[in-house]
Ligand binder design. Structure first.
Ligand SMILES: [Fe+2]
Length: 77
């Protein structure tokens, strides 16, 4: 499935999406620290964890699509 077309389009979009999902995790973390209401804190923590799942889904797709990247994960596992 790896081709120049994927490299120039879908793979780049996946990388950008991974960065955005991880940024979202950090934003939620920051917001959780500043919120006083315990229920809102719990909702935000749930949402943060969903962003982690989104990042994981994209990373798994990237590993299956970018063999070199997959090798790097295996090397540093
Ligand atoms: Fe997300």
């Amino acid at each position: 499935m790896y081709s120049n077309e994927v490299e120039n389009s879908d793979l780049r979009k996946a990388r950008a999406s991974i960065a955005e999902e991880l940024d979202a995790v950090s934003w939620y973390e920051k917001r959780i620290e500043s919120v006083k209401d315990a229920k809102l804190k719990k909702i935000l923590a749930h949402n943060r964890d969903e962003e982690k799942e989104h990042a994981a889904m994209l990373i798994e797709w990237m590993r299956k699509t970018d063999k070199k990247q997959d090798e790097a994960f295996k090397k540093h596992d």
